[in-house]
Write a protein that binds this ligand. Structure first.
Ligand SMILES: [Zn+2]
Length: 286
């Protein structure tokens, strides 16, 4: 499931090919991925220019306008298996197997500049076209961006201190901090030496500071590696991310802990697997 590093990689990969292009001729092949209705989306996209390509949390955000200002935002949540692919005109590549939405791109002179394809075999992803006020309300419902320079360890520590949820659940809650999913939550907790089931409020200040550092470290490393491809995720150019080989505990049940060689353990809570080193991340109840 794409998290912050994967959405960031896709946004970076779309920035050059999309910025300054005009959207035209949207085909909606699977309306279930569109929130607010297919007709409204096609009409809303038609003729708008792409001014910016950004990311918020796990979402790719296109800033669009009929004039020089951004007056709509297309927010794309990739769900479990979504891809946002840029295709050059007549690039000869085989067509995507599960396109859900195809948006034509044109240059300022009106020539074809290829297409933007939302591809999603499982179709848990969502596309939403938002006005400036609805975008603001949506963005405010999300927590801070963990890689923003303004995100301090104090913010994380204070947030944890107010919650009795297990820390892994706290990290996955998009209202607490935006963009973190199960892979990077597990990796950060390993680096910080914190058991995923630890009640958030019981984590002492120095550990919270370590978690803040660890979270930013794994997210930055993963962005540099263009994300983690476990199965479905691809960059905007269709490539796999390369962070999978750098994962320390996630998906590595039974493999030796990179720090102490104890076999990595998998536990399940809140219906999701957590991976940890039982020695480096001692169980708070034990
Ligand atoms: Zn260990």
């Amino acid at each position: 499931m794409p998290e912050l590093p994967e959405a960031e990689t896709i946004a970076r990969g779309l920035r050059v090919p999309l910025t300054g292009r005009r959207l035209s001729g949207t085909e909606i092949l699977h309306a279930d991925v569109v929130e607010g209705g297919s007709v409204a989306l096609s009409r809303g996209l038609e003729g708008r220019w792409v001014h910016r390509v950004d990311r918020r949390g796990k979402n790719v955000v296109l800033g669009l306008g009929r004039g020089p200002r951004v007056d709509r935002r297309l927010v794309v949540n990739l769900g479990m298996s979504g891809r946002l692919l840029h295709r050059e005109p007549d690039d000869g590549a085989p067509p995507p197997t599960h396109p859900a939405v195809r948006i034509g791109l044109t240059t300022q002179e009106g020539a074809s500049a290829g297409s933007l394809i939302y591809h999603d075999p499982r179709r848990f992803g969502r596309l939403r076209l938002l006005t400036p006020s609805s975008y603001r309300a949506w963005s405010q419902s999300l927590g801070p961006e963990p890689l923003a320079p303004t995100y301090r360890s104090r913010d994380l520590a204070e947030g944890l201190a107010r919650s009795i949820s297990p820390v892994r659940s706290w990290l996955l809650d998009q209202r607490r901090v935006a963009g973190v999913g199960n892979i990077y939550a597990n990796e950060a907790l390993f680096l910080a030496g914190i058991h995923p089931g630890t009640p958030s409020a019981s984590i002492p200040g120095h550990r919270a500071r370590r978690l803040h550092r660890a979270l930013r470290k794994v997210l930055r490393e993963a962005v540099e590696a263009r994300g983690t491809t476990l199965r479905d995720y691809r960059t905007a150019q269709g490539w796999e991310g390369s962070y999978g080989g750098a994962l320390r505990v996630y998906g590595r049940e039974g493999a030796p802990c990179p720090r102490c060689r104890t076999p990595v353990k998998r536990i399940v809570f809140s219906n999701r697997s957590a991976f940890l080193c039982p020695r480096c991340q001692p169980d708070p109840d034990a």
